[in-house]
Design a protein around this ligand. Sequence first.
Ligand code: HEC
Ligand code: HEC
Length: 76
Amino acid sequence: MDKKIMIGLLVTLLGLLVLSGYNSIESGAQAGYPPTVPHSIENRQNCLMCHESGVMGATVTTHPERPNCVSCHVTQ
Ligand code: HEC
Ligand code: HEC
């Protein structure tokens, strides 16, 4: 294989590695897709009742100010 192509490939692979490492640091509570709702939302329309303060072990939301939670958090 041509030496230039080899070097090009190596650089690309290195870049991908750096990017994926960066992504795993970024994922967590900041960026990414909204997690799906793992429970039924029947009789649970008031999401903040639990998700504002963590009632029953619910994950506390970082964004209680956003309206219409289910527009982003789809149910399964
Ligand atoms: C009665 C309390 C309660 C209400 C009301 C409630 N939830 Fe939850 N929610 C929980 C609990 C407890 C969990 C933890 C997972 C489990 O045990 O089901 C959870 C988990 C979640 C998760 C997953 C969080 C994560 O980090 O993966 C999302 C998203 C979520 N709920 C969204 C909603 C939305 C949207 C509503 C309103 C339509 C809502 N919840 C209403 C109690 C509640
Ligand atoms: C505009 C889209 C959007 C809306 C509206 C929204 N969320 Fe989220 N939510 C997200 C995203 C994206 C995440 C993934 C973590 C992040 O980027 O903050 C998330 C994460 C969460 C989590 C996991 C813990 C956390 O904060 O990281 C919970 C619980 C949650 N949301 C609950 C709610 C509730 C309750 C509402 C309504 C009051 C709501 N969300 C409205 C997009 C949204």
